[in-house]
Design a binder for this molecule. Structure first.
Ligand SMILES: Cc1cc2nc3c(=O)[nH]c(=O)nc-3n(C[C@H](O)[C@H](O)[C@H](O)COP(=O)(O)OP(=O)(O)OC[C@H]3O[C@@H](n4cnc5c(N)ncnc54)[C@H](O)[C@@H]3O)c2cc1C
Length: 394
C-alpha cells in the first residue's frame, strides 16, 4: 500500500477522534485495511501555548554583513589574524564550513599552536576544526556558553538566513557559501543519533491563510522596507534539502486552508554546545577568560596565529561598521517531549521549533534590522505565544 493512501485510511478511521488525540491512543486504533508491519501515523499532541509556561525570553543580535562573512587573513605586527565573523542568521548552519576555510588560512602560517578569540558557534567549531587538523588551540573569550549570543539562537539549519544582500551574492560568494553549507551539512549528519540528541531531524508544518504561490508582503524573515533584499541561494543545495509536501485539509489538524509538511535539521543548543566544549577540552583545548578592548592587545598573546571569531563583538573591537545588528527574540515554553513537530505560520511572523530544552517560539518584530537593543520584550513573546495558542483552538 502506498504510504499516502495509508495515511488517508488511518485518518478516515480516526475521524471521530479529536485531531489532537495523544499518539498512544492512535497506536491502539488500527485502520481496517492496514497490512501488518506498518504503524498508523501518530497524531499531533497540542502545544500548551500559554504565556505562564514561558521559562525564558532571550535576545540575540545577528552579525549581518551585506557582503557575507569576513573570512580572510590580516597581518598585525608579528601576528597573523584570520577573521571569521559576520554570519548573520546562519552562524550555526555554516559554522563547520566557515571554520574549515578559516583553518586553511591558519595552517598556511605554519604555526602549530593557535589562539581562537571567541567561544560562540564560530569560535567553538573553528577550534574543533583546528584540533582535527592537528593544531593545539587555546580559546580566549569574554563570555562562554550559555552566555554567548549564539546560545540565544533558534537552532535550525538555515544556511541562507540573512547571510548577505542580493548584491553581495556575487558568483564567487555563491561558490564560497555553497562549499561552507555542504561541509557543515555533512558534519551535522555525522552528529545524529548521539546521546542527548545534540542534532536531530524533526518534521514541521508551514501553515498559510493564502495559497503558497501568492507572494507575502512582510512575514517571518523580513522586516519590511528597512530590510534589504536577500538572494535566493536555496537552489544551490537542492540535492540535500528535503522538499516540503503539500497536505490536504484532512491530513493535518490545523484550522488553516493551506499547509505543507517539511523536515528540518534541529540543533539542541545546550546539548550540542556541551558536546563541542567537552570534545574541545578532551583534545587538550584550554579556555582563558579575556576581554580585548582593542586588537592592539592581541600582541600580549604568545600565539602568533589567531582566529578572530568575535561575531557581533567584532564591530566594537575592530570598529567594523560593515557589521549590522539584526535583533531577534525567542521565548522558550516548558519542554513537552511528546511535541515533536515545528510550525511556521506564514504571514503571522511566528515560528516554533520543538527543541529538547523547550518549545522555542520566535516572532519577528518590525524594526529588528539595524537594532542592537538586547533587552527582552516580554510582551512581544506573550503575544507570539497567544498567536500560537490560536492555532490549537479548533
Ligand atoms: C533570534 C536569532 C535566531 C537565530 N537562529 C539561528 C539558527 O536557527 N540557525 C543558525 O544557523 N543561525 C541562527 N542565528 C544566527 C547565529 O546565532 C549567529 O550567526 C551566530 O550566533 C554567530 O556566532 P559567533 O560565534 O560569530 O558569535 P557569538 O555567539 O556572539 O560569539 C562571539 C564570541 O566572541 C567573544 N567576544 C566578542 N567580543 C570580544 C572581545 N572584545 N574580547 C573577547 N571576547 C570577545 C564573545 O564573548 C563570544 O565568546 C540566529 C540569530 C538570532 C538573533
Amino acid at each position: 500500500m502506498h504510504r499516502r493512501q495509508f495515511i488517508g485510511a488511518a485518518s478516515a478511521t480516526l475521524g471521530t477522534l479529536s485531531p489532537w488525540a495523544c499518539a498512544t491512543s492512535v497506536g491502539a486504533a488500527e485502520p481496517p485495511d492496514a497490512r501488518p508491519g506498518f504503524a498508523p501515523p501518530g497524531l499531533l499532541v497540542p502545544i500548551q501555548a500559554r504565556p505562564d509556561r514561558i521559562i525564558d525570553v532571550s535576545v540575540c543580535t545577528r552579525p549581518f554583513r551585506a557582503q557575507g562573512p569576513r573570512i580572510e587573513a590580516q597581518r598585525f605586527g608579528r601576528q597573523t589574524v584570520v577573521h571569521n565573523y559576520g554570519h548573520g542568521g546562519s552562524g550555526w548552519s555554516l559554522s563547520w564550513g566557515s571554520a574549515a576555510q578559516a583553518v586553511r588560512l591558519a595552517l598556511a602560517t605554519g604555526e602549530k599552536r593557535i589562539a581562537v578569540i571567541g567561544c560562540g558557534a564560530i569560535g567553538l567549531t573553528t577550534a574543533r576544526e583546528a584540533q582535527r587538523a592537528g593544531l593545539r588551540v587555546r580559546i580566549y573569550c569574554r563570555e562562554q556558553p550559555p552566555l554567548v549570543r549564539s546560545s540565544a539562537a533558534t537552532g535550525v539549519w538555515s544556511p541562507d538566513s540573512r547571510i548577505c544582500t542580493e548584491a553581495g551574492a556575487t558568483p564567487a560568494f555563491q561558490r564560497q557559501w555553497e562549499a561552507m553549507a555542504r561541509h557543515s551539512f555533512r558534519m551535522y549528519q555525522s552528529l545524529l543519533g548521539l546521546a542527548g540528541d545534540p542534532v536531530e531531524w524533526r518534521d514541521g508544518y508551514v501553515l498559510s491563510d493564502t495559497p503558497f504561490e501568492q507572494p507575502l508582503v512582510g512575514g517571518l524573515g523580513h522586516d519590511g522596507p528597512s530590510e534589504p533584499d536577500y538572494p535566493d541561494l536555496e537552489a544551490l543545495l537542492s540535492d540535500i534539502r528535503p522538499r516540503s509536501v503539500p497536505l490536504a485539509r484532512h491530513q493535518h489538524p490545523f484550522d488553516v486552508p493551506h499547509a505543507r509538511r517539511y523536515s528540518q535539521l534541529v540543533f539542541n543548543l545546550p546539548a550540542y554546545t556541551r558536546l563541542l566544549m567537552d570534545d574541545f577540552m578532551r583534545d587538550g583545548g584550554e579556555i582563558v577568560h579575556r576581554d580585548f578592548a582593542s586588537p592592539r592587545q592581541f600582541a600580549s598573546l604568545t600565539e602568533r596565529t589567531l582566529v578572530n571569531a568575535t561575531g557581533y563583538g567584532a564591530r566594537a573591537l575592530l570598529g567594523d561598521e560593515s557589521i549590522i545588528p539584526v535583533r531577534g527574540q525567542t521565548a522558550r515554553l516548558i519542554p513537552q517531549r511528546e511535541v515533536n513537530y515545528g510550525i511556521t505560520y506564514r504571514g503571522h511572523n511566528l515560528s516554533v521549533v520543538p527543541r529538547r530544552d523547550g518549545i522555542l517560539v520566535q516572532a519577528q518584530a518590525p524594526g529588528d534590522f539595524g537594532n542592537a537593543d538586547s533587552m527582552p520584550d516580554r510582551a512581544a513573546s506573550d503575544a507570539a505565544v497567544q498567536r500560537l495558542a490560536g492555532l490549537f483552538k479548533a
